[in-house]
Design a protein around this ligand. Structure first.
Ligand code: FAD
Length: 381
């Protein structure tokens, strides 16, 4: 298997790396502080606009549909690089591309024409609501030619700031997927003010009160089983790439700090306990990268089943690896790691989110076990 990056992959990686360093890093702490204040919200418009100008809104969308037409490895590299600095932006773009644009490509011609160019250019940001709560799902009821939606979905990435809502609801016991403008009558949104991490990802609560949508809003009619599998696998690849970025960012931060901080007349990277932590972070990081790249390579080789299998494994390894690296990064920073003045604690908080997005790692483990053992109880929604 060839693991060298081609010219396009290298330049996408370089572009994302430079963007993250030059445009995301400088305002990072200020955005964190703003997000920590009740009733305040970090203004992401400048960062978002910049990212979309680079074409990051339609990474996997073919060029003739207005996107960059990148392969899956380039998509993953871009998310990793952005997340090394700002995991919130990585998470926002991962969902927008994999689930927002991903789902809309399976919509009716009318919806595709209305939304895809806007999603690709950043005139519109997509948010996706997964149906987690099976006891109290979002309910859709038929009323003549309309569907009437009622329910609440909390903790939605970009839920507070997205322009297009992709909504998974229950209609007569079946799941139905709808695309609607966030500014629809009956939809109200609020940010989740106390989110532990990923505070720049516009995480919000979306409420539906007798929201009337017509048949045109339904988009699951064209989606085949294979199409569905590809969307889910791409979402997993995106989240695994964000997690990989967190691992990379926290491992580098820890290593740099350990090379500078002196105790007992030597830098702390001379102490075995610290050295072993740095090695363990690297092992997990490189192992995750291998899985992420293999998953992306399977996607680009047109092997959807293998792609889906590896992407789930990469997401599992990445989510838990990011948690590990975030914690060890704080530990290596000692007491300073516990201070909000440093990036270490932010990586640790952001990493926890990766263990919950898309249904949580327990649910994911159950789904993976189900594929192997044929007894799936979990639903990836
Ligand atoms: C940072 C972040 C971003 C998010 N972004 C989005 C988004 O964009 N869109 C969206 O719709 N939602 C989003 N969510 C919500 C997320 O999908 C849910 O929080 C997650 O699916 C868990 O659902 P729940 O909160 O209802 O927990 P519950 O389902 O109540 O789970 C509670 C616990 O039980 C475990 N559990 C649940 N079911 C099983 C099972 N079958 N087998 C084993 N264990 C199980 C869970 O893993 C968890 O540990 C986001 C959440 C976070 C933290």
């Amino acid at each position: 298997m060839e693991f060298a990056l081609n010219d396009q992959q290298q330049s996408v990686r370089e572009l994302a790396r430079r963007y993250a360093q030059d445009r995301l890093l400088p305002g990072m702490q200020a955005r964190e502080e703003a997000a920590a204040v009740d009733g305040d919200w970090p203004d992401l418009s400048r960062e978002r606009a910049g990212l979309f100008e680079q074409g990051f809104g339609g990474m996997l969308l073919p060029e003739d549909e207005g996107g960059l037409g990148l392969d899956h490895l380039s998509f993953s590299l871009a998310l990793e690089e952005l997340s090394r600095v700002d995991p919130s932006m990585g998470q926002l773009l991962s969902n927008h591309n994999a689930l927002g644009v991903g789902w809309m490509r399976h919509a009716t011609l009318r919806l595709r024409e209305a939304w895809l160019p806007r999603l690709a250019t950043g005139q519109a940001l997509a948010a996706w609501t997964r149906m987690d709560d099976l006891q109290q799902p979002l309910l859709a009821l038929e009323d003549g030619p309309f569907l009437v939606l009622n329910g609440v979905k909390r903790m939605v990435t970009a839920g507070a700031i997205g322009d297009l809502l992709l909504v998974s609801a229950q209609l007569d016991g079946r799941r139905v997927l709808l695309a609607l403008q966030a500014a629809t009558e009956g939809v109200s949104r609020a940010r989740e003010p106390k989110s532990l991490g990923l505070r720049g990802a516009g995480i919000g609560r979306v409420e539906f009160h007798n929201v009337r949508v017509d048949e045109e809003a339904r988009l699951d009619t064209r989606t085949s089983g294979k199409g569905l599998m590809l969307i889910r696998a791409t979402a997993s690849l995106g989240w695994a790439s964000v997690a990989l970025g967190i691992m990379e960012g926290s491992a580098r931060l820890a290593q740099d700090y350990a090379g500078q901080r002196e105790q007992f007349n030597r830098t702390i990277d001379q102490f075995e306990a610290v050295r072993f932590k740095i090695v363990d972070m690297q092992v997990k990081l490189e192992a995750t990268r291998s899985l992420v790249w293999r998953a992306a390579a399977a996607a680009d080789a047109g092997q959807p089943t293998e792609f889906a299998r590896l992407a789930d494994l990469a997401r599992l390894m990445g989510a838990e690896g990011a948690g590990f690296c975030g914690r060890e990064c704080v530990q290596i920073h000692g007491g300073y790691g516990y201070s909000r003045e440093y990036h270490a604690e932010r990586f640790m908080r952001d990493a926890r989110g990766m263990e919950l997005v898309g249904g949580g790692v327990e649910n994911l483990r159950e789904a993976v076990a189900g594929q192997w053992l044929g007894l799936s109880q979990a639903s990836l929604g």
